[in-house]
Design a protein around this ligand. Structure first.
Ligand SMILES: Nc1ncnc2c1ncn2[C@@H]1O[C@H](COP(=O)(O)OP(=O)(O)O)[C@@H](O)[C@H]1O
Ligand SMILES: [Mg+2]
Length: 374
């Protein structure tokens, strides 16, 4: 379905801008059974890209599954999500919930009964006496066994994979790797927003997932594609828009998918009430409104930066002068370097050139600018 400036939901198909190269290359990797890793800061379109890849895989006749690791607190929960996501391919939904509620009822479904005949362990989820480690062992191999049973290839995606580290760190990662690498019929997609963590996990020699797959880093969307999309979308609704204010917006957001869409949506909602033309004033108003909307998140970021006075000072300085990071008054160079490494690790700043850093989040940068002006 066509939507004007969709935000807050993954976008696919006609609503997905750019990412042609990524889609093609990831598609080719999956085709030859090569797992892939997608990493980018929050709201850069990781989940959207996963949805798109899985949709395309479905069309090609593959089984697919999406395991959202975000907020998973226990190994049992992880196991449940894996099993559920795979069973959807047999049109069995919320299998685990049904098993937990009432096995007799759940077994009334022919499809479910059949699956349980082959994979009895699924019934174990109803019993809390059963060790979660045992359930997880079964669940991790389930996609492969399922693929073999139905003679299909499976593409299984783990979204926000970095969160798994919080469960049992190294041991769990090692276990997953040792199992996944034996899977002949499952190809994996991992995505995560803690970029450094993801990078380390898949590229450091000592890491559990070293060289498991090819890593894709998502950047902002191509400005030309975004620009024509924005102009087209406004025009389609009968609203004229100045090209220059679109350029300005894309310059400020650096093609950030979510923020750009959000500003455009707010702008559209505003002009809908009577106006027929968008110029820089309308766009700027919407930009400020977007900052206001995101404020709770920015405030939280600021508080977390305040843990260390110098950290916040450094970030504030970067807002104004991207090249001067090494010259913050009152702090010695070594310490600044330490702070920079830590901030990079958290994904708050990124390197743009030698000795030059900038904030990863363009709206957070604007927020800090506005605050400093007050
Ligand atoms: N390729 C894209 N084309 C258009 N909008 C996008 C694209 N990728 C992301 N977005 C916008 O960003 C929002 C967040 O995307 P999402 O895929 O949830 O990001 P992530 O998973 O990285 O946090 C979407 O709701 C949409 O507004
Ligand atoms: Mg996501």
């Amino acid at each position: 379905m066509y939507k004007i400036f969709p935000v807050g939901v993954p976008v696919t198909g006609r609503n997905l801008i750019g990412r042609k190269k990524e889609i093609e290359e990831i598609g080719r990797s999956l085709e030859i059974g090569q797992s892939v890793i997608i990493t980018a800061p929050r709201k850069y379109g990781k989940t959207s890209l996963i949805f798109e890849m899985l949709n395309q895989a479905k069309v090609k006749g593959y089984f697919t599954g999406l395991v959202d690791v975000f907020g998973v607190l226990t190994k049992r929960e992880l196991a449940e999500r894996i099993v559920d996501s795979v069973l959807v391919n047999r049109r069995i939904r919320h299998a685990i919930k049904r098993v937990k509620e009432n096995i007799v009822n759940a077994m009334k479904s022919m499809e479910f009964k059949q699956v349980v005949q082959d994979f009895e362990f699924i019934l174990g989820f109803s019993n809390y006496q059963i060790d979660e480690e045992a359930l997880l062992d079964e669940a991790l191999d389930f996609p492969e066994k399922f693929a073999r049973k139905y003679d299909k290839r499976v593409i299984l995606a783990f979204d926000e994979f970095g969160d798994i580290c919080k469960l049992d760190g190294e041991a769990l990662m090692k276990k997953m790797r040792s199992k996944f690498q034996l899977h002949q019929n499952v190809t994996y997609i991992f995505s995560g927003s803690q970029e450094t963590l993801m990078k380390d996990l898949f590229t450091k020699r000592k890491s559990a997932f070293f060289r498991f797959g090819r890593v894709f880093y998502l950047s902002g969307l191509p400005k030309a594609d975004f620009k024509s999309y924005i102009i087209r979308s406004f025009n389609r609704e009968g609203v004229e828009i100045d090209e220059s204010c679109v350029d300005d917006l894309l310059y400020k957001t650096d093609g950030h998918p979510y923020y750009t869409q959000l500003v455009c949506q707010l702008c559209y909602l505003n002009v809908k009430r009577g106006k027929e033309r968008v110029a820089s004033r309308e766009m700027e108003e919407a930009y400020k409104k977007a900052i206001l909307l995101e404020r709770p998140y920015f405030e939280e970021m600021e508080i977390s930066l305040m843990e260390n006075k110098y950290q916040l000072l450094l970030v504030r300085q970067l807002v104004y002068d991207e090249g001067s990071a090494y010259k913050v008054k009152g702090i010695d160079k070594q310490y600044i370097y330490k702070l920079i490494v830590a901030l990079q690790k958290r994904g708050i700043i990124k390197r743009i050139d030698r000795g030059k850093y900038t904030l990863t989040d363009p709206l957070f940068k604007s927020y800090l600018e506005l605050r400093n002006e007050k």
